[in-house]
Design a protein around this ligand. Structure first.
Ligand code: HEC
Length: 125
């Protein structure tokens, strides 16, 4: 192999390696959403996380009977009582009414935090 061909080969390899690495890092969040450093999975409490998720996404409707289909999610006891249905609804699983109503899913980080809170025993913390 002469020097010119060697140089062209090495340049091509370098450029493709660079493109591959760039693409890889661009897509890291999409590939591994659960590993995102911005999702706090360690300090998941009712008052610190769950109340805020419900406030931001649900209470616009579920704080009054008229707009929430008679399902109120304004107290800890109500949230615990509806927990299994909330899980199905926010994951938009078949046989549950998809929530938030007429909208896409809430943030995947919020769904992960909900699961963690349920798994930890739904503490009023
Ligand atoms: C735009 C208004 C609206 C928003 C926002 C909304 N809901 Fe609902 N939700 C309703 C209405 C109305 C019903 C009753 C009729 C139905 O199921 O579609 C309902 C039903 C439900 C049910 C019962 C579903 C079932 O299959 O038994 C649950 C649980 C629920 N909502 C939880 C939530 C949660 C959690 C959020 C936030 C992530 C949320 N909703 C956001 C209006 C809303």
């Amino acid at each position: 192999m002469n020097m010119k061909r060697l140089f062209i080969s090495l340049s091509t390899i370098t450029i493709f390696s660079f493109l591959f690495v760039s693409c890889y890092y661009d897509n890291e969040e999409a590939l591994y959403p659960t590993l995102s450093s911005s999702c706090d999975t360690t300090n998941v409490t009712y008052s610190g996380k769950i109340v805020h998720i419900l406030n931001d996404n649900c209470l616009g409707c579920h704080s009054t009977v008229a707009t929430g289909g008679s399902i109120l999610l304004t107290s800890y006891a109500e949230v615990v009582g509806y927990a299994p249905r909330i899980t199905g609804s926010i994951k938009q699983l078949a046989s549950f009414s998809a929530m938030p109503k007429n909208s896409g899913k809430i943030k995947s980080c919020s769904i992960i935090q909900w699961d963690i809170w349920v798994r930890n025993g739904m503490l009023n913390n």
